[in-house]
Design a binder for this molecule. Sequence first.
Ligand code: HEM
Length: 311
Amino acid sequence: MKNTFDAFASEIIANPYPALARLRAADPVSWNEPLKGWLLTTYDDVKAAQKDSRFSAERVKPFTMHMAATKRPELERMGTLLNHWLLFRDPPAHTPLRRLLIDAFTPRAINALRPRIGEIVEELLDPLSDRNQFDMISDFAFPMPATVIAHILGVPSSDVPKFRTWSNDLATVIGNSRRVPDRFERGARALFTLTDYFRTTVSHRRNARTKGVLVDDLIAAQESGGPMSEEELVASCILILFAGHETTMNLIGNATLLLFKNPDQWALLRNDPNLISSMVEEVLRYECAAFVIVRVANEDIEIGGKRISKG
Ligand code: HEM
């Protein structure tokens, strides 16, 4: 059965849930023409697919091979660079790369960042306090996580505005702005710029490393002959920058909007700030900050009576 669920339509981006509920009831495993893939819409199917090793995270490989076959070297190069991201790798290659990042994101490591995160929040909110209005996304939700990530990666916070342009351009390929006409060229340029930026950062920091700064710890791991190549080191810096701030920005924006729409919940939170962590969990559940997870079938797979063909 064909369906008309268009994840890129503005009314769907504003409120996808009624259309998703109809689809889930009528056709829970459905071919989706705009996404050019099968769409799973039930919790159980998504959970099972995420654990099923027949579904691969290596979804950039087919793109790279297609660009090589159609002789588009710039886009093939973009694919080759993206293939170094651990987000787009399967075990066994994924496992050691992921392990190298785990230490930077333990509750202890995140707690150690609290004082600096508090300063960043104050620095951003201070100039807003005497304004009648401000833009929650541009003035706070984007620069806050981006500045924290710049700190984690050991790059200057003055470069944060550049990250926004590069990330927005890269999101035309990896995110959901598929309607941008020259999205591949734009995404490729942004990825090449980010790659040059982090190559330079890595080469500067090789001689002046500080323990506890993620990029320096990764450099140390790479120099000790571990599993991470220089390309993968640079790719991991770009991935953390990209994956960490877009999602967190969406979370802050969603939380703000939901609290405005639900003043009783807003009042509860003001009276008891201990509710903040459960509020964050609830916002993530209620209004997801990352809309879709993509996988490629490594073999023909049957789900809910539908046959998902290899590839
Ligand atoms: C609201 C906040 C966040 C949400 C909703 C979120 C969501 C996700 C999702 C759904 C994935 C899996 C994607 C897939 O398998 O295709 C993922 C992976 C990842 N995220 Fe996040 N993320 C958030 C914050 C962050 C932050 C703050 C960082 C780092 C600073 C980060 C770094 C990563 C990395 C490195 C991966 C790849 C992990 C792997 O492949 O093993 N994320 N994230």
